[in-house]
Design a protein around this ligand. Structure first.
Ligand SMILES: [Zn+2]
Length: 318
């Protein structure tokens, strides 16, 4: 175990900062004491000889009569660069203090020169694995009141990580390419959600409205601006995610269990699931006027803009 830990020294090294006291233990070349990291990594070991400062010199040994032991006349670019980043030699040593090392993960430069040297595992983890930039569809997936398994599936879809047949065929060409929902086009993420006629009409039947663009990412961007009514917006989000989740489940059932359901059954399940969620939410959130369920029943009583030719089909291929 210790050997494994020792192998991580090069990572740990980047988080250590030396605060100079007497300067008799901090290595001029190997330790990070300027904020630029170990100077040897900047200059290169083979070039340290040019400066005249020995490879094992401490800070105090690199200073003589208040000046760095580096030629001021040299025009070598590396030496000029080194001179430009070194702090003034006459004020860096503090003979009454010992040199000390601080753990800098999670601290900015202004703080790690003065903050207490405390180790934080969470800040270290974040420094090693920084958060990726926020994506514009973040709130359309992780909204308050979501159904976790639906949101997770939508997140996987948004990341384009669904194992759709186009991806599987890259390493297993014998796998059929055809979409098992409509049997009329190759299965891709964008086809399944929502270019496929089966999923296209199922989504419109569930939402009772036609989004301006029927591809997955366009709908994610449309959802936050779909309506000014916050209750209706929440319902649209839930319906959309339930539709995507059940479509993916239906696709898997057709491939792996050889069972299929008409889209009318999927629509019923979407409505039942979202209604149950709204019932639970309406008990846990402050009362609204109109209530969530009133908005829900109003939406359900409105007629869809499009007649879904597959919703009430008895043909099991749809
Ligand atoms: Zn299809």
């Amino acid at each position: 175990m210790w050997r494994r830990l020792l192998k991580l020294r090069h990572i740990a090294r980047s988080f250590l900062f030396c605060r100079i006291g007497m300067g008799n233990t901090c290595s001029f070349w190997q330790d990070n004491w300027t904020g630029w990291g170990p100077l040897i990594l900047l200059i290169g070991q083979q070039h340290t000889r040019l400066t005249g400062i020995p490879i094992n010199a401490t800070i105090s040994q690199a200073i003589q009569h208040g000046h760095w032991l580096i030629s001021t006349r040299s025009r070598n670019q590396l030496i000029s660069f080194l001179r430009s980043i070194l702090p003034p030699a006459d004020s860096i040593l503090h003979p009454s203090n010992m040199d000390s090392f601080a753990w800098t993960a999670g601290l900015d430069e202004a703080n790690f020169r003065i903050a207490p040297a405390r180790f934080s595992s969470s800040k270290t983890f974040t420094a090693l694995h920084p958060h990726p930039p926020k994506v514009p569809w973040h709130k359309s997936i992780w909204f308050s009141g979501r159904i976790p398994k639906h949101a997770f599936t939508c997140w996987v879809i948004a990341r384009d990580r669904l194992p759709t047949r186009d991806k599987i065929r890259r390493f297993s060409p014998q796998v059929p390419s055809i979409c098992v929902l409509c049997h009329s086009a190759p299965e891709t993420r964008d086809h399944l959600l929502f270019s496929c006629l089966y999923s296209h009409f199922l989504l419109i039947s569930a939402l009772h409205v036609i989004p301006p663009d029927l591809d997955f990412h366009s709908i994610l961007q449309w959802l936050p601006i779909s309506t000014a009514d916050s209750s209706l917006k929440l319902i649209y989000h839930l319906l959309f995610q339930a539709t995507a989740y059940l479509l993916w489940r239906e696709r898997n059932a057709r491939i792996h269990s050889m069972t299929s359901r008409p889209s009318s059954q999927l629509l019923k399940e979407i409505i039942t699931t979202v209604k149950a969620k709204l019932l639970a939410l309406s008990r846990s959130i402050p009362p609204r006027d109109p209530s969530l369920l009133q908005v829900w029943f109003r939406l359900q009583s409105s007629s869809s803009h499009v007649i879904n030719p597959f919703t009430f089909t008895t043909n099991h291929s749809f």
